[in-house]
Design a protein around this ligand. Structure first.
Ligand code: ADQ
Length: 751
C-alpha cells in the first residue's frame, strides 16, 4: 500500500467530491427472473442519505449484498450498472458476511452499543473478519480517491477505516459519523477490542454523533480507557486535531411533505381510515429489530386493552415491521416472539366487530408509508435504545395537517430534539400504555400546537442541512495538519540539518511539558541539571537566539534563568525580559481589580474539587486540577469553562485551556505576543516547541516559514510531533552539536 502514500494535496476548503463509505449501498443487488436488478436499500442511513448523495454527485463505496448466486456474466453486468451510478462495490464472501456482518457487527457491536449486553453471544467471534473487511474498505477507498476529495465514513461496521486510511493517505480529510448510540464508557469497556476501536475512530479529522450524550460517552471512554483528555469539541492525538461534533441526522423532510399532499397518497390515507371504520389508528413502523422495542410496545397495548376493554372496539393498532438481519439467530427469535404476541393479543382481545392488532411483516413503498403516517392518530416510536430514529421525523414531516400525536421513547436520540412529543420510558409498559391513552384523549388544540412546533423543528433541520453541516465542519479546518507519525523521524532529521546551515536560528521553547515533564504540581517541575546545561549550551551556540516562553510567573523564571543570555517571556507573553540586563516589561495595560471578581468563583470550584488549586498571577488566574480525580476534574473544568464563557463574554478576559489547567487572562495577552513583539531577522530559521493549547497561539502567530514542533499526545497541531520532553532535548542537543561542528569547519576553512 506504500505506493498510495502519495503527494496528493487536500488543501481545498470546498471538496471536489465526497466519497461516502458505508456498509450498505443506497441500492442492493438482486436477481429478478435471471436479470440483475438494483432495489433501494432499507434502513435509516441509506434512506436518509440517498437524496443528498444523488444531488451532490459524489461516490459511494459499499457492499451490494450477497451475490454468491450471480454468474460471472451477471456479476459483470452488476459492476457496469453500479459504476453507472457512481458506486464502488466492495464484494464480500459468504464467510465474511457470516463472520464480519452477522457475527461481529450485528452479533456483538450492535447489542453492546444499544446497552443490551446480555444479547452478546458467549463466543464473540468475527473480530478478525471485521479487521479484514475494514482493510478491504480502506483499500477500495484509497484506490479511487483523487485530490480534492473528502471521505465520509459511516457507522459501526467501519470503525477501523479512519485509522487504516490515515496510514495510507496522511493528508486526506476523513470524517466519521456514528449512526447508533455511543454507549457509556462502563458499557463500552466490556468490548475486548475497545482500544482498537477508539484508535480506529481517532484516525478521522472529524467524528460526529447524533447527540451530546453520545459525544460525552466517547470522551469519557477516551479518558478512562486511553488516558486521553479532550477539549469541548476536539481531541489532539499525536499532534493532530480530531474534531468532535454533534449532528442530529434528519430526513428529506420536503419530499415527505410533498408526498403527503399528493392526491393519490391522500386517497390511500382516506382508504386506510375507511378501513378502520371510525376506530382511532395507532401506528408503529420499524425495522424488525430488538432495539426497536416492539414486544414491549405490544405488551403495553395488551395491558391497555385488558385494563380498558372498551378500547378494543375503538382502536386499531397497525404495526409494520420491515424484515431485517434474518440470518442472525436473535432476529429469528424476535420474529417468532412478535408473531406469537400479536396472535395472543388478537386471540384474547378480538371482539365481534374488531381485531385490534394488524401486523405486516414487510417493507412498504414510500407512498404507502406516508399514507399510513397521515392516517395515524397516534404514532408509537418506542425503541429501547436508538441512535436517532428517522421514523419519528418522517411522521412529523408528513403531517401537513398539523395533527397526530407522536409518542416517543426518551431513549431515542430524536428525543433530544423533539421535546413536543409525548416522551415515555419505553421499558415501562404501564407508562407507555398511559402515554397512549393520553395521546388518544389529547384535545385538538394541544395536538396541533405540539405538532406545529415539531414540524418547525423537523422542516428546518433536514438531511441536506445535516450533511452540509458535517461536510462544512470537516472541510473548515486550519491548514495545519499533523505529520504522519511514521515518517516523523526522517523529517525531524531535516530540522537538524537545516538548523546547522541557517545563519540565524530562533528557538522558542515552552517550559512545562516541553523542556521538563509535567509534574503533579508546578512546584515539583523544577529544571534539572541536564536541562540547565542544555539551555546554557544553546544560549552560547553561535547564531542561536533562545526564547523561553512560559505561562509561569516572572519570579519563577527569574529564580532559575536570570543568569542565562536568553529572552524570558512570563505569564504567556504578558511579561518579557529580552536580555540579562533588561528589566521586565508588561505587554500592555491590564484593568486592576477585574480578575479579582473571578477569584471567588475559582475558590468555590477549588472547594468543590478535592486536589484542585488556584494560582494567582499578575495578568491571569490559573485553576489547576492535575491532582483532582481525573474524570471529576475534567467535568469540573468543563463546568468552569462553560460558566466563565457565559459570565465573561462582555469582559476583556478570556478563558483558555492548558494541560490540566484552566486559565483566565486578559484578552489578547497570549503567547502570540512573542511573535508580535519579536523582530525576526529576515531569512532566519524559527523553530517553536510546545505541548498544549497555549502554544497554539504562538504557532499560529509565527511567520509562515516557522517550524512548529508539538510535544506529546495533547500537543497542538504542528508541522512535526515528538512523543515527549526527552525527544525535545535530544533534538535540541543535535542542533547545538551540528551547528558547532559546522561553525568550527567554517572557521578552519576561513582561517
Ligand atoms: P435504523 O435502525 O435503520 O437506522 P431508523 O432511523 O428508524 O432506523 O430508520 C428506519 C428507516 O427504514 C426509515 O427511513 C423508515 O422509513 C424505513 N422503514 C422502516 N420500516 C419500514 C417498512 N416497513 N417499509 C419501508 N420502510 C421502512 C440507524 C440507527 C438509527 C438512526 C439511523 C440514521 O439505528 O437510530 O436514526 O441509522 O442515522
Amino acid at each position: 500500500m506504500g505506493s498510495l502514500k502519495s503527494d496528493l494535496s487536500f488543501e481545498h476548503m470546498v471538496p471536489e467530491r465526497v466519497i461516502i463509505a458505508a456498509n450498505r449501498l443506497p441500492v442492493s443487488a438482486v436477481l429478478d427472473g435471471g436479470a440483475v436488478a438494483l432495489k433501494p436499500s432499507e434502513g435509516g442511513l441509506a434512506t436518509g442519505l440517498r437524496p443528498w448523495y444523488e444531488r451532490t454527485g459524489g461516490m459511494w463505496v459499499g457492499w451490494p449484498g450477497d451475490i454468491s448466486r450471480f454468474t460471472r456474466a451477471q456479476r459483470a453486468e452488476l459492476d457496469r450498472e453500479l459504476r453507472a451510478q457512481r458506486i464502488e462495490p466492495v464484494y464480500l464472501t459468504r464467510e465474511q458476511i457470516a463472520q464480519y456482518y452477522d457475527g461481529f457487527c450485528n452479533g456483538v457491536v450492535w447489542p453492546l452499543f444499544h446497552y443490551l449486553v446480555d444479547r452478546i453471544p458467549l463466543d464473540t467471534a468475527g473480530w478478525d473478519a471485521y479487521c479484514e473487511v475494514n482493510e478491504l474498505y480502506a483499500e477500495s477507498i484509497a484506490r479511487i480517491v483523487k485530490p480534492g476529495d473528502v471521505i465520509w465514513i459511516h457507522d459501526y461496521q467501519l470503525m477501523l477505516v479512519p485509522a487504516l486510511l490515515r496510514a495510507r493517505l496522511p493528508q486526506v480529510r476523513i470524517g466519521f459519523f456514528l449512526h447508533i448510540p455511543f454507549p457509556s464508557s462502563e458499557v463500552f469497556r466490556v468490548l475486548p477490542w475497545r482500544k482498537e476501536i477508539l484508535n480506529g475512530l481517532l484516525g478521522a479529522d472529524l467524528v460526529g454523533f447524533h447527540t451530546f450524550g453520545y459525544l460525552r460517552h466517547f470522551v469519557t471512554s477516551l479518558l478512562h480507557l486511553e488516558g486521553i483528555e479532550t477539549d469541548i469539541d476536539r481531541v489532539t492525538v499525536d499532534g493532530r486535531d480530531v474534531q468532535l461534533g454533534v449532528f442530529p441526522m434528519s430526513i428529506d423532510a420536503d419530499s415527505f411533505a410533498r408526498l403527503a399532499a399528493e392526491p393519490d397518497v391522500c386517497a390511500s390515507t382516506a382508504a386506510i381510515r375507511r378501513g378502520a371504520a371510525g376506530r382511532r389508528i395507532i401506528l408503529g413502523v420499524d425495522r424488525l429489530d430488538y432495539t426497536k422495542g416492539i414486544p414491549r410496545r405490544l405488551m403495553a397495548i395488551e395491558r391497555l386493552l385488558t385494563r380498558e376493554p372498551a378500547l378494543r372496539d375503538t382502536i386499531r393498532y397497525i404495526q409494520v415491521a420491515v424484515p431485517s438481519r434474518g440470518a442472525v439467530d436473535s432476529y429469528k427469535r424476535l420474529r417468532r416472539e412478535v408473531e406469537e404476541t400479536v396472535g395472543r393479543i388478537n386471540g384474547s382481545c378480538t371482539t365481534l366487530r374488531s381485531t385490534p392488532v394488524q401486523y405486516m411483516h414487510r417493507s412498504v413503498s414510500q407512498h404507502d408509508l406516508v399514507a399510513l403516517y397521515c392516517a395515524a392518530d397516534v404514532m408509537l416510536v418506542t425503541p429501547l435504545r436508538d441512535g436517532m430514529n428517522l421514523v419519528a421525523k418522517e411522521f412529523v414531516a408528513s403531517r401537513i395537517d398539523n395533527d397526530g400525536v407522536l409518542v416517543l421513547s426518551e431513549l431515542a436520540g430524536a428525543a433530544s430534539e423533539l421535546g413536543d412529543a409525548v416522551l415515555v420510558n419505553s421499558y415501562d409498559a404501564d407508562a407507555t400504555g398511559a402515554a397512549i391513552e393520553r395521546a388518544l384523549h389529547m384535545p385538538h388544540i394541544e395536538r396541533t400546537r405540539r405538532m406545529a412546533r415539531l414540524r418547525t423543528q423537523v422542516m428546518a433541520n433536514d438531511v441536506e442541512q445535516w450533511a452540509t453541516a458535517f461536510i462544512g465542519r470537516l472541510c473548515d479546518r486550519a491548514g495545519l495538519t499533523g505529520a504522519a507519525p511514521a515518517d516523523c523521524g526522517t523529517r525531524l532529521a531535516s530540522i537538524v540539518e537545516r538548523a546547522s546551515e541557517a545563519e540565524h536560528v530562533y528557538l522558542l521553547l515552552d517550559y512545562d511539558g516541553t523542556l521538563v515533564p509535567i509534574a503533579e504540581s508546578p512546584e515539583q517541575a523544577l529544571p534539572d541539571v541536564a536541562v540547565l546545561e542544555l539551555l546554557n549550551d544553546l544560549c552560547h551556540c553561535p547564531g542561536v537566539e533562545v526564547h523561553l516562553v512560559s505561562g509561569r510567573p516572572r519570579q519563577f523564571l527569574e529564580e532559575w534563568f536570570a543568569e542565562f543570555p536568553l529572552a524570558l517571556w512570563a505569564e504567556h507573553g504578558f511579561w518579557r525580559r529580552t536580555s540579562r540586563s533588561d528589566i521586565w516589561k508588561a505587554a500592555g495595560q491590564h484593568v486592576p481589580g477585574l480578575l479579582d471578581r473571578v477569584v471567588p468563583v475559582l475558590r468555590q470550584f477549588t472547594a468543590n474539587t478535592p486536589g484542585a488549586r488556584v494560582e494567582e498571577k499578575t495578568a491571569s488566574l490559573a485553576w489547576h486540577y492535575r491532582q483532582a480525580d481525573p474524570e471529576f476534574g475534567e467535568r469540573q473544568a468543563h463546568e468552569l469553562r462553560m460558566l466563565l464563557g457565559d459570565v465573561l463574554s462582555n469582559q476583556p478576559l478570556e478563558v483558555i485551556e492548558g494541560n490540566k489547567v484552566v486559565e483566565i487572562r486578559f484578552r489578547g495577552f497570549n503567547k502570540a505576543q512573542v511573535a508580535l513583539r519579536t523582530t525576526f531577522q529576515p531569512s532566519s530559521m524559527i523553530v517553536a516547541f510546545g505541548d498544549d493549547r497555549s502554544d497554539e497561539d504562538l504557532f499560529r502567530a509565527l511567520p509562515e516559514r516557522a517550524i512548529t514542533v508539538g510535544v506529546g499526545r495533547g500537543a497542538p497541531p504542528a508541522a512535526f510531533c515528538v512523543p515527549g520532553t526527552d525527544d525535545v532535548r535530544a533534538l535540541l542537543r543535535s542542533i547545538t552539536l551540528t551547528r558547532r561542528i559546522r561553525h568550527s569547519q567554517c572557521e578552519s576553512v576561513s582561517g
